[in-house]
Design a protein around this ligand. Structure first.
Ligand code: HPA
Length: 258
């Protein structure tokens, strides 16, 4: 098995990669956020892509999600793990919490959200009832458990347009909608992966209480976010390394996982 990891804010490089090689890829949809980095961890190959570019220059709405997913698909990966920083809406998802979301609500507008458009393209409606891949989520949970990390195993990810953070009222509305997490990059990434039939899962890193909640009741502290994300990424890197190592071995199907 060869997996791709898309790194979000706070994870623009995977220092753990042995023998890293960069590959510039062009796609029919334009250029990805940057070159793909091929490498291995303990002899297991993987591909890494920095979602916001290696210099973190692309805002969530500027990312060419189609080119990113197309490039990873072309690289022949068996699945994609997305690492994404988010705000926590559910009370127990405070700064530093790591979550494997199992559902998405899309609040974005105007993003290129399908490969099936344009002249001569058929109209295709993919099933998206369960947006994240059960097998990949189980593998991530098992990797976390193996190294003694706590990973909450469900949650609804609300994807906002950004780049501004949300108002307190928007978060209250998202709360009523059933969102547990808020981020800006989960869509259309997950849907595009589904269109390419690429198994996809997200590892969400809670950076802050969402606007209006907890210690973000007056404002969201961006300084605090940086510190939390930096610390949390140490744990994320350890989970990913274990995940990749386990990728070398076939995994038994884990019942109960969606
Ligand atoms: N909202 C949206 N995206 C985010 C947040 C947030 O509060 N924190 C980190 N990414």
């Amino acid at each position: 098995m060869k997996f791709a990891i898309i790194g979000g804010s706070g994870l623009a490089r995977l220092a753990e990669l042995d023998n890293p090689r960069r590959q510039v890829v062009r796609t029919p949809w334009g250029d990805p956020s940057g070159p793909l980095t091929h490498g291995s961890i303990d002899g297991v190959d993987l591909v890494f892509l920095a979602r916001h570019g290696y210099g973190h220059t692309l805002a969530p709405h500027e990312i060419n999600y189609r080119a990113n997913l197309w490039a990873l698909h072309q690289a022949g990966v068996d699945g994609v793990v997305s690492v994404a920083t988010v705000g926590g809406i559910r009370e127990d998802f405070g700064p530093g919490a790591l979550v494997l979301p199992d559902q998405i609500i899309d609040y974005t507008t105007g993003r290129c959200c399908t490969f099936f458009e344009g002249p001569g393209q058929p109209v295709v409606h993919v099933d998206f009832t369960w947006p994240y891949d059960a097998g990949l989520r189980a593998r991530l949970a098992q990797a976390a458990a193996q190294i003694g990390e706590t990973l909450a195993d469900a949650g609804t990810y609300g994807c906002t347009q950004g780049p501004r953070l949300e108002t307190a009222a928007e978060i209250r509305r998202m709360q009523r909608d059933g969102c547990d997490l808020v981020g800006m990059t989960g869509m259309p990434e997950a849907a595009l992966a589904r269109e390419l039939e690429l198994p996809y899962a997200a590892l969400a890193v809670v950076a802050n209480h969402a606007a209006g909640l907890g210690d973000s009741s007056g404002a969201v502290s961006l300084d605090a976010i940086t510190a939390v994300v930096e610390q949390a990424m140490v744990r994320v890197r350890a989970i990913l390394a274990e995940f990749v190592r386990r990728g070398a071995a076939p995994q038994p199907w884990a019942p109960g996982w969606r």
